[in-house]
Design a protein. Sequence first.
Lengths: 762, 104
Amino acid sequence: MDNFFDLVPLVVLIPLAGMLVNLFTGRQLGERGVGIVAVGASGMSFVIAVLLWIAQVNTGYKAAVIDMPILADWIVIPSANVTIPWAFRVDSLSVTMMLVVTGVGTLIHLYAVGYMHGDERFPRFFVYMNMFLVFMLILVTGNNFLMMFVGWEGVGLCSYLLIGFWFDKPGGAGWRNSDAARKAFIVNRVGDFGLILGVLITFWTFGTLDYYREGEVPIVPHAAAEEEVPLFAPALPAEDAGHAVAGPLGVFNQAELWLEEGGHKVDFGMVSLSFETTLTLITLLFLLGATGKSAQIPLFVWLPDAMAGPTPVSALIHAATMVTAGVYMMVRANVFYHAAEFSSFVVAVIGATTALVAGFIAVGQWDIKRVLAYSTVSQLGFMVAAVGVGAYAAAMFHLVTHACFKALLFLASGSVIHGMEHGHHHATHDHSGHHDDGFDPQDMRFMGGLKERMPVTYWTYLFGTLALAGIIPFAGFWSKDEILLDSLKAGVDKGLLSGYIGFVLLLTAAAFTAFYMWRQVSLVFLGKPRHAAAAHAEESSRVMTWPLIVLAALSLLIGFINVPSGFPILGWLLGEHQFTSFLEHSVPYAHAGTFSFLLATFAVLLALGAIYLARSVYNDRVLAVLREDPLAVNTRMQRAFALANAKLYWDEFYFKYLIYPYRNAAYWLAEQLDWRFWHDYAHERLLRDPFNAATRALTWRVDKQIIDRSFDGLGHAARRAASRLRRIQTGYVHIYAMSVLFGALLVMVLILLPLIRDWLGL
Amino acid sequence: MGSSEVATELYVLLSAVLFIMGAMGVLLRRNAILVFMSVELMLNAANLALVAFARQWASGAGHLMVFFVMTVAAAEVAVGLALIVAIFRTKKSIDIDNLHMFKG
């Protein structure tokens, strides 16, 4: 079983191969071939991930570091003693992420074969999708922060390419799909800037970027006595765990040792910070990265617009996997976050606020995918808040369950959109002369009554909704409950303010979640069709409904992997907190959630109450006659709904206070600094004028007065000499003959000179 | 070298006398034909000196040179006389003092 670990490069290489095959031969393969290659690559990757999981279980959850063939020594600077290997890390955290990415990814690939059928750029779509898998898997399997950053940027690129996949189609309201892609890319740039700075400071502090070196066991510090029961005993005693390895330690164990020693300083040239301050700085910068990628306040604005991409993309990248990269990164760095209390506080507040704000905005949206997008932002807020209150296992657990039910909801919404488009096509064909009423297949106002037309989609959507709302026994209940209880316990047991803040905000957000989801179900599926398209909608093909059914089953069952300790019957039946126990081998600060009957009951009743409220507001009778939202016409709720509908004017706020000032500053600088100063002043006063003066001096002084006059003088001299010499040309032959004679005599005298000298006795 | 033979010096002296006569003729005469004949006299003075030295040194080179000079002289005569005839036809005179059209 040990050598299963050596398979890990294949997890990345198989989708890479699939991508290359489709890139170069996609046009020849045809839709069927491209689909087989892409789904096959993803599926084989999933099989490898399962094998790695089995290997994990069978080797006692031993972490392995596997070098990439060929690329093993990625960055080596011998003079600076820097070695950054291209090494994969197989531990319970990375295996969890691999299973999610490839498992959900494979189902979405399969679904996309049906969804993208007939698209003119079908092969390109799957090239991008496989490329996304490659980068996402690099992100989660890398053993150092730099590999994670490579994956991080790679998935950002794929996200950009896929949001703008239909770049030639308008996104509505003067907002093109390519604009949405650019917005996502640029907003993420802000976050990535924070991440790379954090990575650089990490490198400066530790001299390495490896999480753990090969053979290194995470140190479980003595301070971990906050757990009632020690859940994890390392193979080596804690003190020896790190020291057993030759050479420097990975960043996390090094951090533990320094924290234990205390008083360690980090030198940054001019300033010297204490190690704890440095960790706070690093974690805050990482948080900035996470707010970009995982769509948290203040950088969440890109995710709702990212819905311009095809729906499978929204499901895979913008709900299930890529956006959770920030959560994964923070869980990976749990040692840092655990030590940096201030950062954790900020993380918790940001996550919980995001959860509530996005949940509120979701209530006011009409676009079926936008509701889900804000819901994703909100759920990511839950995960981030969980990280903030130290519930790393709960964050990962919610990540896994959310990946299943949110992917399901997106895919089902894609199925609805497909059905609506089909119905619209059908309706306009049947009734010729049917005038265009601004039909939008994603607008929930045109839907209604799809339950009868699309039963499979309806039932699977219902499963997703119940899971998201947190109704027992669906997956969302387990994970959301664990987060809620953990944040409450962080407040009560550890006295953390962030725990109380998180608990109140998240509980409110949970109520909003149930409300907007049932609003959506009522608008889309229940009641009577409100448009011809909805009346003629048809169920999607089997290739699309099968992944829905599988994901619906997962949404029901996946929660059972982590039944909290103390849960009656089920805990005994399925084993308690299995997932947390699994995760603890790589996340030292993961701790198992307990169960509070009171809180669980309260949370479920709250969700059911919100559902009941939603159903009574959005009942069939009202929806049948009203083309507006019932809340929008209610005098008391009007203003709140308008606020939610306008997304709290968040974008407008950014435009007014950030983007326009920035643009005006750029214009001003361009005008004043670039044109006025640089072009006009610097070029003309400093460059042009001295140049002109120099050339003028050269022209008059040197060229005209020295060079020209010297050549003129030569000419005059030659002419004067010639006018003198011409006089000897008399034309008389005698004179010429005389000169020849004299010349000959002269030559003779010269030749005979020695003789003459002898003769004269000189 | 036999005593009955005339000494080379005498030949060279004769050659010098002839050359000086020719040179004076070229410089002093006005008639173009006479100037021409004086030139021929100078050429033949040179030929005489060449032959004399060739005999003195028993070398064929001097004879060879003489043949060349005679050939060139013949060609020169042909060209020169033709020129004189042409000049006479245009100017009705062969007095070289009248010929100074190429005055610079």
